[in-house]
Design a protein around this ligand. Structure first.
Ligand SMILES: C=CC1=C(C)c2cc3[nH]c(cc4nc(cc5[nH]c(cc1n2)c(C)c5CCC(=O)O)C(CCC(=O)O)=C4C)c(C)c3C=C
Ligand code: FE2
Ligand code: FE2
Length: 360
């Protein structure tokens, strides 16, 4: 395509060769580990009706009158424990993953695919990043929420943000959205390899606990598939690792508020296991693509303390897949499967293995 064909429509800064874009979306994180920075982040997050399903007239006074006065300082204190010189682990890890995927996809497909990262809450927003991709000339967009298991509170909310953005575009791109990848073979294999590598280096704990982020039980009762998808991931990992239900245990963390959330709770589980005589416990959090507050602070610090206080010796946290080659490879395969039928860009595609020549 001649460059001039695009310029008038999409603005001067686009790269007309990257017509296919991938938008990774993660939850979002405050810009600094301070109450002042955490407050607007929590206000946006906990003001999302997908996350808190109470009528607004009931929830708004509690959120603004109580929660946003107390929680920011407490959360900021937790964030301060995991903050790095580069910033929030969730943001840094997600950015590295996006870069790794862009390199990998360009190599695999022989075309300049653009991979961008957005945050559902805070910056860079879904809207800003889709508009940016569009300015760059992207006409086919694959959205990949970085949540392996679908929940209305996480993936569903990303879909809302994408849909809201499209309303404002005169000429929206062709769109696909990955709903979940909780049972994807390559993903399960990547998780298994990372767990086995941990065992090879540190030895095996007596049990492996998979701790997933919780949600209110009420949401699952109303039809959210999240609980089932978490258990399917666990079942597939059991089969792949050769562990039975007594060796690989599932629990749910990060409960907020008073209503019942998915059970068993992670904190009660690590205490129970220690009380039952388990001394070495491995914990992985396969619901998190990238390490964050909920893994680095809640699991690797808080729950480690609960475990040892209850008589356990070592709780070893097995890191998230982050930007490891295993995760870059498995997500690159997933992305390309979801792009099937989308042409490689004609002007820039280079012939590569598998096309033309003498192959059958
Ligand atoms: C109160 C309701 C919440 C629901 C429902 C919920 C679901 C949910 N969350 C994640 C992933 C993450 N959550 C993170 C932090 C976090 N979560 C909540 C509340 C709910 N989450 C709060 C209030 C916070 C902020 C921290 C705190 O104050 O405790 C994070 C980490 C972000 C970071 O900056 O590191 C992630 C990731 C999923 C996948 C999910 C539903 C399945
Ligand atoms: Fe092109
Ligand atoms: Fe959360």
């Amino acid at each position: 395509m001649p460059r001039s064909y695009y310029t008038g429509l999409t603005g001067p800064s686009h790269d007309p060769s990257a017509q296919t874009g991938v938008l990774l979306v993660n939850l979002g994180t405050p810009v600094a580990p301070t109450a002042r920075a955490v407050r607007p982040y929590l206000a946006e997050f906990l003001g999302d009706p997908r996350v808190i399903e109470y009528p607004r007239w009931l929830w708004w006074p509690i959120l603004h009158g109580v929660i946003l006065r107390l929680r920011p300082a407490r959360s900021a204190h937790a964030y301060a424990r995991i903050w790095t010189a580069e910033g929030s682990p969730l943001r840094v890890g997600s950015e590295k993953l996006a870069e790794g995927l862009q390199d990998k996809l360009r190599r695999d497909r022989g075309e300049p695919i653009r991979v961008a990262l957005a945050m559902r809450y805070g910056e860079p927003s879904v809207r800003a990043q889709i508009e940016q991709l569009q300015r760059e000339g992207v006409r086919r967009l694959l959205v990949l929420p970085l949540y392996p298991q679908y929940s209305a509170t996480s993936t569903g909310s990303v879909i809302d943000a994408v849909a809201d953005t499209l309303k404002h575009l005169r000429w929206p791109p062709e769109l696909r959205i990955v709903n979940d990848y909780h049972d994807d073979n390559d993903h399960i294999e990547a998780l298994a390899l990372s767990i086995e590598r941990g065992w090879a280096v540190h030895g095996r704990g007596e049990k492996l606990l998979l701790s997933f982020h919780g949600i209110p039980q009420r949401y699952v009762d109303a039809g959210d598939p999240y609980f089932n998808q978490c258990h399917t991931t666990a079942r597939l990992l059991r089969a792949r690792l050769g562990l039975d239900e007594s060796r690989l245990v599932v629990s749910f963390q990060s409960r907020v508020g008073r209503e019942p959330w998915l059970q068993p709770y992670t904190d009660a589980t690590v205490r129970r296991l220690a009380a039952e005589g388990i001394r070495r416990l491995d914990v992985a959090c396969p619901g998190f693509a990238v390490d964050c507050l909920e893994t680095l602070e809640e699991i690797a610090m808080q729950n480690r303390d609960f475990f040892t206080a209850a008589g356990g010796e070592t709780l070893r946290y097995i890191p998230a897949l982050n930007d490891s080659p295993e995760q870059v490879n498995s997500l690159a395969v997933l992305i390309q499967r979801h792009m099937q039928g989308w042409p490689a860009c004609a002007a820039t595609a280079t012939p590569h293995h598998g096309y033309g020549g003498k192959s059958a």
